[in-house]
Structure formats: C-alpha cells, structure tokens
Design a protein around this ligand. Sequence first.
Ligand SMILES: Cc1ncc(C[n+]2csc(CCOP(=O)(O)OP(=O)(O)O)c2C)c(N)n1
Ligand SMILES: [Mg+2]
Length: 329
Amino acid sequence: MAARKSTKKPNVSAEELKGYYRDMLLIRRFEEKAGQLYGMGLIGGFCHLYIGQEAVVVGLEAATKEGDKRITSYRDHGHMLACGMDPNGVMAELTGREGGYSKGKGGSMHMFSKEKHFYGGHGIVGAQVPLGAGLAFSDKYRGNDNVTFAYFGDGAANQGQVYETFNMAALWDLPVIFVIENNQYAMGTAQARSTSTADIYTRGEPFGIPGEIVDGMDVLAVKAASEKAVAHCRAGKGPYILEVKTYRYRGHSMSDPAKYRTREEVQKMRDERDPIEQVRDMLLTGKHATEDDLKAIDKEIKAIVNESAEFAKTSPEPALEELWTDIYA
Ligand SMILES: Cc1ncc(C[n+]2csc(CCOP(=O)(O)OP(=O)(O)O)c2C)c(N)n1
Ligand SMILES: [Mg+2]
C-alpha cells in the first residue's frame, strides 16, 4: 500500500471533500466517546467500535439516494451516523436509555431507523446478508430503482448462507451491493488463517456476480467504486460485490485483549493509511481548506458528540411497562 502523504488530486469539489472529512470525523469522535462511556461503566454488554473503517461507509453513502437501504452486522454505529441517524439517539441506545433508537432495549447491536432505511444491527454473523437480499427483492418487486447495501465482514464471508444468497440474488437480478468490509480479522483470526481465497470477491464469479477490490482507507476510491456498483444495480443488471480492504484500529469488541497482532502493525496503519488524515492532507496541500476551516469542523463535531454523551447520560431508563412493548408474543 502507498504511504499516506500523496499528491493525489481529488476529483470532487472542495465542499464535498470537506463533507467527507466531517462525516468521517463524526464517526471517529463518536466511537472514541462510546469507548470512554464504556470504560466508565455507562454502556453495558457488547460494543464493537468502527474506528479505522470510517472511509468505507462514508464513501459508499456518497453514492446513495433517498430510498436506498442498508443493513449490517454488530459493528454498526458508523453506518447509522453515515446514513444520517441522530447521534443522540444512537448514543442513548448504547447507554440503554429511553431516548435511544430502540427505547434503550436493543443496545449497540440492535438499532433500526425506518426513516433512514437502516435495517440493523445484527449479532449473528452473516445473518444480515440474506435479509439484505430480501430488502432488494422488495424493491425489485415494487419496480423502483432503489439499491440495498448489505455489509458483512471477512469472517462472515465464510458463512454458508452468504452463498445461498449469492445464488438467489444472481438468479433474480436483485439490486443488492454485497459490501465485504475486509478488515483482515474475524475476532482474533487473521484472514489467511480462516479463508481459502486471498481475494474474497472472486467467490461471486461462480454465480456470475461481478466484483472488485477497493482501497477502503481512501474515501474517494470507495466513492468511485460505490458509484459504479450503484449504477450497475439501478440499471437492473443484478448484484455487485465490493470487497473493501480496511482495518480496525481497536479490538474486536471492548473485551478483546488483542494478542493476535502487534502494536507496530496497528501503528503503521494509523501512521501511513489513516483515512481521515489522508483527506486532511488533501484539503490542506490542495489549499481547499485552511487549518482554521478544519479547526471549525473539529469544534462542530466535538460539540455534537459531547451533546450526544450528555443526552445519553441524562435520558431516563425505560419505564418498567416497556418490558411489554415491541415484542412478538
Ligand atoms: C453465527 C455466529 N457465529 C459466531 C459468532 C461469534 N462472532 C462474533 S463476531 C465474529 C467474527 C466476525 O468477523 P468479521 O465477519 O470479519 O467481522 P468484523 O468483526 O471484523 O467486523 C464471530 C466469530 C456469531 N456472533 N455468530
Ligand atoms: Mg473482519
């Protein structure tokens, strides 16, 4: 991989580039705050942070329109923020409060937004993939040109249901983009120890599903790939696979001792490939923004994240009667 400092020219406007910087920074700072609240005991249960992977969702969302859908795994806070869900509602769900997206009853892995077409938040590895194809089926059935983004990890790519889904999606030309967020690890297992193929997207070939590898640390590369995949799906040509190579800086979850990789490996990625720093460099070296402009964005994000933490601490716990609502039986 190339070193971070590059002379690459953005093929987007300065405003767009600043927007991506802002959106990625929101996810980074939000996740750092969630990590702090977890450390303080204010968040319980599982909590999987997205730090390092921000360019994936921000780049993919850059090619979406109203009506498009997204569904993902338990590492989901970034996806929610990137599609425009309210940081207050997400953080308050993490702390299990009434103001959370699931009224405090779902937690980190179980949040949804009908308004933003965000369908969770799924703790069973790979389970969201067939559900994603189902969402795409509903749009095809209705005859609109909406696209569904079904995100899953490199580890999830070894689940059998993924290939049952590939078959149906290809057979019925479903408008679904399978996004493999390849962060190189599934819990403590490196890709090479669990996965027979080096490039996972090639597993779409037997089903006739086209795909490609994308540099997931480069938000503009992700955006370009997203535009291509979206155009393919909207044109009725069926599913598409994007294998986005990325990296998570933090442990698998908050309880990960991280003994399976070296500190140096993580530090090298941070120093040379950080997605936010890359855009920051591009903005400053290309004179698309000044240090002061970026400081103003940093300040705005800090205020949003602090407010979400305050809301998440002060929103009341759900009332006891809520035990009997939003349940099947
Ligand atoms: C069906 C199932 N098997 C195992 C687990 C335990 N588990 C949770 S996350 C995970 C690793 C998944 O890794 P990957 O798909 O690469 O996603 P990442 O955590 O890297 O985002 C495993 C094995 C589970 N939740 N569900
Ligand atoms: Mg992974």
